[in-house]
Design a binder for this molecule. Sequence first.
Ligand SMILES: [Zn+2]
Length: 293
Amino acid sequence: MVVRITYHCNYQILEWEWASDNKMMPYPYFTSIYLIDGLLIDSGAPGGENDLRKFVESLNHSQTIEKCFITHSHEDHAGGAHMLNSEFKIPIYTSEKAISLLKKGNTYPEYRQMAWGPKLLPVMAEIIDKPIVTKSKKYKFELFPMNGHAPELVALIEKKKQWAFVADAVQPKYKMIFGRNSDIQEDISLIYQSLSKLYEFTKDMDELLIFSAGNGVLKGREIILKKMEEIDNLYNQVYKNSMLIQKEGYSGKRLIRKIIKSLFGKESIIGPLTQGDLSRENLIISLLKWENK
Ligand SMILES: [Zn+2]
């Protein structure tokens, strides 16, 4: 297993990253959790449970975890919560929409087990619907719903510090998304709306730092605008191509295949590896479903 610890903002934020060292993985996929003044944001993957336990045991008195907030129910974010709650009695908080999903636990396909470990154990969490104040009252985090990657995803924003903890709501590049038969139903139009909402909400934050889960820290709110432009371009390309290809008499699956070819050359290798759960096809379908942009 690979564990990395990084401090940000003059030791105010501790980032703990975990990735599986499974030989079947082409490269390590990291997921991050953040510890700020006793508040833990997310809990890593089920496969990282033992490493997380060691990490919690290694914390000194001033770093003790007082509470944990889960941004969304995916296994790479909620995977350590069962252990934190049952062994360390750390209370777990989440949004109203995530409560029942966490309570159910989850078993997921083998390709996700390779990255994140066997299965997500049920988590008994409590709903939080007001800003989260940390242990020494130094920081106050607003709850900021960011639908799109997952319907229940809630980011945390510390306005004074200009920090946004967005989990998977901001991705490095929109080349493929989850969909099809997967339990993860990403929607590109909702992802775009959430980015736009985040851009508006952070308008006075010239020094904004966006903390992602496993994709580093993004500096400046212009990044949000760039992400929106990236999706705008994809949308325009898909519609332009779709009109042209339909004129040639293509429709349905053949139309989608033609659009993938014209935009990306071919489907990503990840597509067949995930039985179509994560693919460029899902991205095109989601873009074509997007009405009234
Ligand atoms: Zn996720």
